[in-house]
Structures are given as C-alpha cells and as structure tokens.
Ligand binder design. Structure first.
Ligand code: GTP
Ligand code: MG
Length: 205
C-alpha cells in the first residue's frame, strides 16, 4: 500500500473529543520513550508528522492522524483510508499523579469504547525485559476484545544474536511464538512492510 496522504487531525484529552470517523483505526501503545511517535513517522514516511523527543513523556494526549483519506476527511470512499492513534506512554515517573490519572482514564475510555479500533500495536524497546505491567496491560486489552500486535522497537540498538535472544525471551514471557513479534527500527526503516501488511489485512474487514 502507498501512503498518499497523512495528516494530523486532532489531539484529544477525553472521550468526548475523540473524532467520529467510521473507518478502521490502529493504535500505538507502549512505555514512554519506547519509540511510538518515531515508528508512526517511519510507517507513514513522514519525518516530522508526529513530534518525537529524547525526553520521555512527550505525548500526553491521544493524537489522531488520518491516512489516505481525501483531504484528511474523516470518512473515506476508497476503503483504503484509516486512522492512527498515538497513545500517551506509561511509566514516566515525572508525570504528576493527577496527570497520570487523567491519562489512565482517557486510555480506559479509548479501549472500552473505540469501536473502530482494529489492532493495538504494543511497542517495547527491544532491550527491555517485559514485566507484570506489560502482562497486565495486554490482559486488559484482551478483556476489552482488542486485538494486539507485539512490536519490538529500536532493533538497531542490538546485534542480530541479542535480537533473537530478546524475542525468544519475550515469546516465553507472553506465551506466544517469537515470529509473531515484529522487530522494527525507525532509524533503519526495519519492519515497515510487516506493519503495513498487518494494517492492510484489516482494512476491508
Ligand atoms: P512518548 O511520546 O514520550 O511516550 O515517547 P515515544 O514512545 O513516542 O518515543 P519517541 O518516538 O518520541 O522516541 C523516543 C526516543 O527514542 C527519541 O530520542 C528517538 O529518536 C529514539 N528512537 C525512536 N525510535 C528509534 C529507533 O528505531 N532507533 C533508535 N536508535 N532510536 C529511536
Ligand atoms: Mg510520543
């Protein structure tokens, strides 16, 4: 699939602000600094569509992007359009308690009520070891009936051997097949085809 257009639609801080679209949506979720915004830029072939940062906690609202929809309009006649939601990261200690509660509530509402959501891409830095936080989050998504796809980010930061070792350890932890995890690197443009294939396969369903 070619990315013909991609544009920022809006940032939302509560469910009332989520755009009414009626077309498939794909969400990107993960710890602060995992590389969500960078991966969206890589996927959409845009350098700076989504703001990224070396400081964790850059994204504190849900940012919606329209892809391949005429003029960025919410509804697409071609059946080739979709939305992307860049979700705020978790695990950033310097985000205040009040802000954290607000973000958690917003994520909860998003997961519970976003009918157009087709797949939630669950991103983790390939160098990290998954914890109960990740396990519980995945369980919550599944309890909401959300399909998830594990994505390992920043694969360029480790050699091939360590990459394999990490994916094997993750597969063991999450009780899945290691080949089900998509390794990616935004800087090396690795994994883009697999992500796009996953999206395309769900556009007409
Ligand atoms: P929050 O919005 O804070 O939740 O962060 P995020 O998950 O959106 O991460 P972001 O894309 O802003 O990236 C965080 C940092 O990691 C930035 O300094 C990026 O340049 C860096 N980074 C992201 N992806 C990659 C990658 O594939 N390889 C390398 N080497 N660095 C990356
Ligand atoms: Mg971000």
């Amino acid at each position: 699939m070619k990315i013909i257009s991609a544009s920022f639609v809006k940032g939302a801080v509560n469910a009332a602000q989520f755009p009414a679209t009626g077309i498939p949506e794909f969400a990107f979720f993960g710890r602060s600094n995992a590389g969500k915004s960078s991966l969206i830029n890589m996927l959409l072939n845009r350098k700076n569509l989504v703001k990224t940062g070396s400081k964790p906690g850059m994204t504190r609202e849900i940012n919606f992007f329209a892809v391949n929809t005429p003029n960025g309009a919410a509804s697409s006649g071609s059946g080739n359009g979709f939305f992307i939601a860049d979700l705020p990261g978790y695990g950033y200690a310097q985000v205040s308690g009040v802000m954290r509660d607000r973000i958690d509530k917003m994520l909860y509402e998003y997961c519970r009520h976003r009918d157009v959501l087709r797949t939630l891409f669950f991103l983790m830095d390939i160098r990290r070891k998954p914890t109960e936080v990740e396990r519980n989050s995945l369980e919550f998504f599944h309890s909401c009936g959300i399909k998830t796809q594990l994505v390992a980010t920043k694969a360029d930061k480790v050699g091939k051997n360590d990459q394999r070792k990490q994916l094997t350890a993750w597969a063991d932890f999450f009780q899945c097949n290691k080949d089900e995890i998509i390794p990616t690197s935004s800087s090396k443009k690795l994994g883009r085809d697999k992500l796009l294939t996953c999206i395309v396969s769900q556009l007409s369903s």
